[in-house]
Design a protein around this ligand. Structure first.
Ligand code: ATP
Length: 226
């Protein structure tokens, strides 16, 4: 098992958003969270990425725990442990969040070089392999503003994969794409999952979720509407 989330709950201003939601991500899984707007999909993804805190529950990637449930309530791991957890989970944002003032190549190299994830030669080699896989080799010296939506998304995926995450999360990956581009991103996500990275997708695009998800959750699975 790659990730285990147990009984995660979250309220905002007394309103229950997530209620005892549990799920696992195994190797090869593409987990899809779908459902109406405002039902907590993004909140759950933010909790998984340590961008939002949970009120209760536990979450771990392998042996690396982000938070756990104790008698005293939810307990977050030490800063060092949280950092370790965050290194194991990557995110592709809806607006891609590429650095606009850096080339595609620089976007890919920046974080792994800063984090010293290998020698410069190794990191460059990884970037070349990934861009080849993503079909963006020709775009390496371009600025993000020169790319189409689909190309930007491939760069965002390659950038996240540079850090070799155990889990990769996608926020609305098809929102800016036509059906054909959405399908080609779906195929790419499938390939990444087959190579062993666990995938979590938040999407309104139910046909896409059903086509590519190995497990699809809808809001009624994780929301207590009380
Ligand atoms: N920081 C916050 N403070 C207070 N309420 C919040 C906060 N973040 C989200 N909410 C509320 O929690 C609920 C769930 O929001 P969330 O963004 O997780 O839903 P969603 O299912 O991802 O919606 P969408 O599909 O529109 O992105 C909404 O009612 C939202 O207004």
């Amino acid at each position: 098992m790659l990730l285990e989330a147990k009984e995660i709950s979250k309220k905002f201003q007394g309103k229950t958003i997530l209620s005892n939601f549990s799920f696992k991500i195994d190797k090869g899984d593409i987990i899809v969270l779908t459902g109406r707007s405002g039902t907590g999909k993004t909140t759950l993804m933010r909790i998984l990425n340590n961008l939002e805190t949970a009120d209760s529950g536990s979450l771990a990637i392998g042996d690396t725990v982000l938070f756990s449930q104790t008698e005293k309530g939810v307990t977050y791991a030490s800063r060092k442990q949280r950092k370790l957890f965050q290194n194991k989970i990557g995110m592709v944002f809806q607006d891609y969040a590429l650095f606009p003032n850096l080339t595609v190549r620089e976007n890919l190299l920046e974080a792994p070089l800063a984090q010293k994830l290998g020698s410069k030669a190794e990191i460059i080699q990884r970037a070349e392999a990934l861009t080849e896989e993503m079909g963006i080799t020709d775009q390496m010296d371009k600025m993000p503003s020169q790319l189409s939506g689909g190309q930007k998304q491939r760069v965002a995926i390659a950038r996240a994969m540079m850090l070799n995450p155990t889990i990769l999360c996608f926020d609305e990956p098809t929102s800016a794409l036509d059906r054909e581009s959405a399908d080609s991103i779906g195929q790419l996500i499938k390939k990444i999952a087959e190579k062993g990275t666990g995938i979590l997708i938040v999407t309104h695009d139910i046909p896409f979720g059903e086509k590519y998800g190995t497990r699809v959750f809808s809001s009624s699975d994780f929301i207590n509407k009380s």
